[in-house]
Design a binder for this molecule. Structure first.
Ligand code: HDE
Length: 724
């Protein structure tokens, strides 16, 4: 069997003792690179027929070649992750912009010259491994840094807070959101009774619910979402000084979401939407980038924040403690094999390096147990650190031995420490000064099973989040609550949620309640219920613009997908000019028509069609260009698929540019051509109607790109009236 050549980068060294054998085997297989063998290396004479007793007779039990192949196949699946089962990964590197020596001794943060290889896995939380990418959910954002001091894992999410405060509630939370146990429905969705039953009885989840009902839970792309370490960690410098730190990943392309209707349609049209987007961006050299940011709080100053830094349902508003940008993450290589890398990668918030330590956040503390434990059943034993994707790139040695699937062939008779028999292979723990040092924090007795009263405020930051949203984002949050709660059968659950929401904002609660066939929200009713704490801090910040997405554009048109709708008779000169300008700016233009093949332009040239309306609907694009040409515009206007394409793009807030006769296709939106000029100038955002003569001076392209860069135009006219 051909032996795969290892790429130089990444943790892919052969196991100890395997190198000499490798040379021998390379020599043996050199002349027979295309010959299939069994797993033992035996050449196979025939890979199409099993061994039979006669050409029409029964298959023989002795066919060890068949049995080996089928046995391996039968065991191809391993248990999927209990949460975050659906994921996509990529390789890349991290580089600091400056030395963080003042705060941390972590070697990979000391010097801008140090480039650390990374593997990143993005995921959804609730769905199974085969579920759709664009469901409403939190996204995992897990980064493994292969540093010179060992692997460091920053295992975060795209939302900076969490549903619960103590790890002991995690199995309950996940059981509530997963498909209900009696009929295993619904898949990858929180819109069902058990999730909202639990949420309604856990008011501490309210802040996180505001985030998951917002468009943050519907990222346009993994490349366009923020990442957060969520918990407070500690930076420790060489002198042993500690500072609290919260980690942020800021995407270079800005933070952008999908529309809920769009996300649901994509889930059917292309369930791999995010995975494909990441893969294609990397394959085409548009390497996704994030900047690493930190919020640093002096040890001792955390009491001045106004809330408890150890409470994972709270964030530190950027208005209060600004984010310092300290480095850059670039993803530049797709995995060679999904299973070996993305599926077998094992993250753990306890994979630390000297200079970074935990805080006492009780959610984080529980995670420190969970991540190793889960790998034991998922990856089949204690040696998962030996899988190529999980190996440290620095030297690694200890006296742990044996276990399922052990790959290292350790030499010598010594597997204990201290020893005198190691003969040069004697590894010792060298005093207290070396290696990882836990921060010597004073603990406060007594031992106690209770929540700190400083965790009791469940609503202030939910209100802060709500107050920080734009009008359109507030509308989307209201619509999301309505959608989810309308899928809840038990009216008492709906009522409990809106009563809780009344403590966030009475108007919000009222808007949600009005469509749900229940009583008006009653804040007092919530106050009497289990888990409710009547405590509210005075927030130091009333509004934080970094909590909204609208109005924070980024990335321009880079990698934005633009559909150009064409039919025979299309006018080609303006089309070509806009296409060229967009492509030069990094956008991806595709010609969409009724059939594959070509369309003829008005001047008789042939243009190659990339997609059909059926195979690449509007939800796959960020913007639409409708070129001119009388017969093209007439044909498209008479074609239901084309009209639907434009209506749907309008409804989803996408930029639309119509040139000359192309405006005819906007007829159903109330725009019409020439004869009725008032209609052409209907004031709405993100719809450009261009005179073809003005295209050639480049202004139309500039306006089109400026509108695309705003991502979406949610506040345009009649968006709710569009029947798409
Ligand atoms: Fe996780 N989580 N988690 N989690 N988590 C897992 O570990 C767990 C939490 C996060 O791409 C599991 O290897 C507990 C917060 C990500 O492989 C498991 C608690 C945050 C990933 C587990 C939490 C995360 C996981 C399942 C509450 C954001 C995917 C498979 C105390 C900071 C990593 C695995 C990947 C995966 C346990 C809460 C992020 C079972 C007990 C908060 C990104 O160990």
């Amino acid at each position: 069997m051909p032996r795969p050549k290892r790429k130089a980068a990444g943790p892919t060294r052969p196991a100890d003792g395997a190198r000499d054998k490798q040379t021998q085997l390379d020599a043996f297989t050199a002349g027979s690179a295309n010959v299939l063998t069994t797993n033992q290396g035996l050449q196979i004479p025939d890979n199409h027929n099993s061994l039979k007793g006669g050409v029409r007779g029964p298959t023989l039990l002795e066919d060890f070649i068949l049995r080996e192949k089928i046995t391996h196949f039968d065991h191809e699946r391993i248990p999927e992750r209990v949460v975050h089962a659906r994921g996509s990964g990529a390789h890349g590197y991290f580089k600091p912009y400056k030395s963080m020596v003042q705060y941390t001794s972590a070697a990979f943060l000391q010097d801008p010259a140090i480039e650390t290889p990374v593997f990143v896995r993005f995921s959804t939380v609730a769905g199974s491994r085969g579920s759709a990418d664009t469901v409403r959910d939190v996204r995992g954002f897990a980064v493994k840094f292969y540093t010179a001091e060992g692997n460091y894992d920053l295992v975060g999410n795209n939302i900076p807070v969490f549903f619960i405060q103590d790890a002991i509630k995690f199995p309950d939370l996940i059981h509530a959101v997963k498909p209900e146990p009696h009929h295993e429905m619904p898949q990858a969705a929180s819109a069902h009774d058990t999730f909202w039953d639990f949420a309604s009885l856990m008011p501490e989840s309210t802040h996180m619910l505001m985030w998951t009902m917002s468009d943050r839970a519907l990222p346009r792309s993994f490349r366009m979402m923020e990442g957060f370490g969520v918990h407070a960690f500690r930076f420790i410098n060489a002198r042993g000084d500690s500072h609290f730190v919260k980690f942020h990943w800021k995407p270079k392309l800005g933070v952008h979401g999908l529309a809920w209707d769009e996300a649901q349609k994509i889930a059917g049209k292309d369930p791999d939407f995010h995975r494909r987007d990441l893969w294609e961006a990397i394959e085409s050299g548009h390497f996704p980038e994030w900047e690493l940011g930190v919020q640093i709080v002096d040890d001792g100053q955390e009491s001045e924040l106004g809330f408890d830094i150890l409470d994972a349902t709270k964030l530190i508003p950027e208005e209060q403690v600004p984010v310092q940008i300290i480095g850059k993450l670039v993803l530049n290589r797709n995995p060679d094999n999904f299973f070996a890398e993305t599926e077998q990668v094992a993250f753990h918030p306890g994979h630390l390096v000297p200079g970074i330590d935990f805080s006492n956040d009780p959610l984080l503390q529980g995670r420190l147990f969970s991540y190793t434990d889960t790998q034991l059943s998922r990856l089949g034993g204690a040696n998962f650190h030996e899988l190529p994707i999980n190996r440290a790139v620095c030297p690694m040695h200890n006296f742990q031995r044996d276990g399922m699937h052990r790959q290292a062939i350790s030499k010598g008779r010594v597997a204990y420490e201290p020893n005198t028999l190691g003969n040069g292979a004697e590894y010792r723990v060298d005093g207290a000064a070396q290696g990882f040092q836990s921060y010597p924090e004073q603990l406060e007795p007594p031992k106690i099973r209770r929540r700190s009263p400083s965790f009791d405020d469940h609503f202030s930051q939910a209100t802060l989040f709500w107050n920080s949203q734009s009008v359109a984002e507030k509308d989307h949050i209201v619509a999301a609550f309505r959608f989810e709660l309308s899928k809840v059968d038990v009216p008492e659950i709906r009522q409990r949620i809106v009563d809780n929401l009344a403590h966030v904002d009475l108007k919000l609660a009222g808007r949600v309640a009005v469509t749900l066939g229940i009583a008006a929200p009653d804040p007092k009713a919530a106050a009497g219920r289990l888990g409710f704490r009547d405590y509210r801090i005075t927030s130091k910040v009333d509004e934080d613009p970094t909590l909204r997405m609208v109005g924070r554009p980024g990335g321009g048109v880079k990698t934005r997908k633009v559909a150009i709708l064409v039919a025979n008779g299309v006018e080609s000169a303006p089309l070509r000019r806009i296409q060229q300008d967009l492509t030069e700016a990094g956008a991806l233009c595709k010609l969409v028509a009724q059939h594959l093949g070509t369309v003829s332009t008005a001047s008789g040239r042939q243009l190659a069609v990339d997609h059909t309306f059926a195979n690449m609907p509007s939800v796959m694009f960020d913007a639409v260009l409708i070129p001119g040409g009388a017969s093209s515009a007439a044909a498209l206007s008479g074609l239901g698929e084309a009209v639907h394409f434009v209506l749907e793009a309008y409804k989803h807030g996408k930029t639309i540019c119509a040139v000359n006769d192309g405006v005819q296709l906007l007829g159903t939106l109330g725009f019409s051509q020439g004869k009725n000029p008032e209609l052409v100038t209907v004031p709405t955002v993100g719809v450009l109607i261009a005179d073809g003569r003005k295209v050639l001076d480049g202004q139309v392209s500039q306006d089109f790109m400026a509108a695309i860069a705003l991502h979406r135009h949610w506040d345009r006219l009649n968006i709710d009236a569009i029947p798409a």
